[in-house]
Design a protein around this ligand. Structure first.
Ligand SMILES: *[C@@H]1O[C@H](CO)[C@@H](O)[C@H](O)[C@H]1NC(C)=O
Ligand SMILES: *[C@@H]1O[C@H](CO)[C@@H](O)[C@H](O)[C@H]1NC(C)=O
Ligand SMILES: *[C@@H]1O[C@H](CO)[C@@H](O)[C@H](O)[C@H]1NC(C)=O
Ligand SMILES: *[C@@H]1O[C@H](CO)[C@@H](O)[C@H](O)[C@H]1NC(C)=O
Length: 305
């Protein structure tokens, strides 16, 4: 009987050994899983530049952070001065690639929507120095916001945060931490998640029992309710998102306390290509017109129409 028991125990020991090994790996490797900054291959060195997309009025910046990193960024002005709007979009990218990969998005934002755009890449991404982690990325986001605040030509512009995927969590955290400043005019969120922990069971199924070990939180479900309710928020959700289940966006919308919150669904949108779905930029345009420019438009209606 006793030998039977010890026989039965073996697999338990083995599997818990495997669990310990897996959890050790998850614990130490999770930054590589959560921040795959080397994907696609070459993402650290091959950063497409604005002229490749016909963007001419831009600056390439290296913005220093208070903790000694240097963030590479593009600052882009509206091409067509006649359509220029007094809006500055601060763009926060997802967890792979670099800002160069998002230039086609910035091009539409500045060319067609007439916005200034600041796209910065987080520490450890593209040409930025350092290695990514949650604390560091929040410093980077704050650095970008402070940069916009202190740049004289942007003084009279409305600041709009725009975050895709991980960038959505960055935007929410930034808005919550700056709730006493009152200068964020709006937020646009695309395919972002409730928290990394909530994402693990669907995004990394083998690790589903290990979620408690996750040390990168990105808890938007806790931060979003702390965002000032007067900030309008646009939710852009791809129903076919294969990485972040669309239910995350729906739940974020439900817990959002903003007086103005708008949910737009893209029935064919997957995680990476929702941005290319029909209507995407029209929704952003309508949102900016109705909820960001309204006060400016009353002043300038005659010259604009
Ligand atoms: C933008 O702001 C500047 C300075 O406040 C103002 O002169 C200009 O008319 C504004 N432009 C638009 C399109 O609102
Ligand atoms: C989704 O894709 C299907 C098949 O390609 C297409 O018929 C449909 O019009 C698309 N829906 C939208 C809203 O784009
Ligand atoms: C989406 O992008 C990520 C990161 O670049 C990549 O790993 C993934 O394969 C892409 N998914 C699709 C469906 O293209
Ligand atoms: C601007 O116009 C809109 C619609 O006409 C109105 O609802 C809003 O209160 C106006 N805002 C200001 C500051 O006058």
């Amino acid at each position: 009987m006793a030998s039977y028991l010890s026989y039965l125990r073996v697999p338990v020991l083995v599997s818990s050994g495997v669990t310990a090994l897996l959890s050790g790996l998850l614990y130490f490797k999770q930054n590589e899983i959560i921040y795959p900054r080397n994907l696609p291959p070459g993402a650290r060195t091959d950063v497409p530049r604005p002229p490749q997309f016909g963007i001419s009025d831009f600056e390439e910046l290296m913005i220093p952070t208070p903790d000694g990193e240097s963030l590479s960024a593009f600052f882009i002005r509206p091409e067509n001065k006649r359509h220029a709007r007094n809006i500055t979009i601060l763009m926060f990218h997802g967890n792979a690639g670099n800002i160069g990969h998002r230039l086609p998005i910035a091009k539409i934002l500045h060319d067609d929507l007439g916005c200034n755009v600041l796209m910065l890449q987080y520490r450890g991404y593209g040409m930025s120095t350092g290695t990514p982690n949650e604390k560091g990325l929040m410093v980077d986001a704050q650095t970008g916001l402070d940069y916009v605040r202190q740049r004289a030509e942007l003084k009279d512009t409305k600041i709009v945060l725009y975050g895709q995927s991980l960038g959505g969590a960055v935007s929410i955290g930034l808005a919550a931490r700056n709730r006493n400043e009152g200068d964020i005019a709006a937020i646009i969120l695309e395919n972002t998640f409730l928290s990394i922990r909530e994402l693990i069971p669907s995004a990394f199924p083998p690790a589903k029992y290990l979620a408690p070990l996750c040390h990168q939180y990105w808890s938007s479900e806790e931060m979003l309710p702390q965002v000032t309710p007067s900030i309008p928020i646009l939710f852009l959700s791809g129903s076919k998102d294969e990485i972040v289940p669309a239910t995350h966006m729906r739940q974020l919308y439900d817990i959002c306390r903003s007086d103005i919150k708008i949910f737009k669904e893209f029935p064919n949108g997957t995680h990476n290509d929702t941005v290319a779905e029909p209507g995407y930029f029209n929704y952003i345009d309508d949102f900016l017109r109705q909820h960001v420019l309204r006060t400016l438009r009353n002043r300038t209606e005659k010259s604009e129409e």
